[in-house]
Design a protein around this ligand. Sequence first.
Ligand SMILES: Cc1ncc(COP(=O)(O)O)c(C=O)c1O
Length: 393
Amino acid sequence: MTHSKISHHAQKLKSSAIRELLKHSKMPGVLSLGGGIPDPGLFDRDGLQLAMDKVLSDGWQEAFQYGLTEGIPELRAAICQLMQQRAVTCDVDDVLVTSGSQQSLDILARALINPGDVVVVERPTYLAALQVMQLAEASLMSVGSDGDGMIVDELAERLKTTRVKAVYIVPTFGNPSGVTLSDARRQQLVALSQQYDFVIIEDDPYGEINFTDRTFTPIKAWATEMGAGENVVYTSTFSKILAPGARVGWLVLPVWLKRPVASLKQATDLHTSTLSQAFTWRYLDSGRLPQQIRLIRNAYQHKCHLLSACLQTELGDQIRFHQPMGGMFLWATLRDRRNTTDWLQTTLSNGVVYVPGEFFYSDNPDRTTLRLSYVSASDADLQEAVRRLKASL
Ligand SMILES: Cc1ncc(COP(=O)(O)O)c(C=O)c1O
């Protein structure tokens, strides 16, 4: 096939840097701090088996049949309960099951964005959200972030002169930054959405992976309290707390978005796999999720602290990083200002990989940054990986 047969959209899409890297991470002897995938060693084998058995024994034919576009009612009801625990009150009707948050983002982009519409993203932000927004031909505008998440004052300044359609944000234990938006900024963001009438797309895959005793109230909940619930669309997923292979996520939709989103979902894949949905519902119904979340939290917290301690000991004066309060990622900057994309060749030859930071920016990348994932490596490998990073400097 000639190149010209490929659509302009598809031609523009760059292959994910992370996927390319994962190839290297599979090379023998290479330690990877690169991948963003959960630790499969923590998958709840017994719970998955019980849920599968239940699917195959109870009303099994429905699990293999076509279903409603919005999702199976039992799962949507269970998601409402989960949302209640996250301080968000919603009805079954507000919930639409998706094939993961990635699909939520794709559908939202198609439902909301006309070519040229301005979408605000954090600096840095989730790489695959950038791809989705670019496919929708959004005009991306990035706003800086610090230890308290997106610098909402900077957004407020921009809003004075720019008409913004939507703000995309990962407010809690963000990917890649690991930072969390403060409560004050959450409320300020909601107030701005009221003043300037834009949509907040709240992407929350990591909120449950909390290493602290603090609770982080979703923007959606603040918005409801402030009378602006209709300004926020919330997405989350079972990928990081149960199993990404199930491909089950969800949207909590404002009333005005329900119909267009349901139509787009229908046109995309009719509905999310009923088998995956039935399985996820049976798992939730078994009551095992809270215990599973505790297990993941404890394991990732331990790994996060270990990586931070090693970085501090081995590379203390050569690297700066923010200590995450949860999630899967540690975001760092090299003090000698070296280019981390170039440096990867050296670290790879020393047997360790990470994700260079530049891929997480929509513009003006800070090429001295890097993302380190701590969740999949063993303790010994984390320690060795840091020694190899040190040797590469
Ligand atoms: C911020 C963010 N949003 C969405 C996703 C996609 O998750 P899902 O597996 O639910 O599609 C990820 C996955 O890494 C993510 O980090």
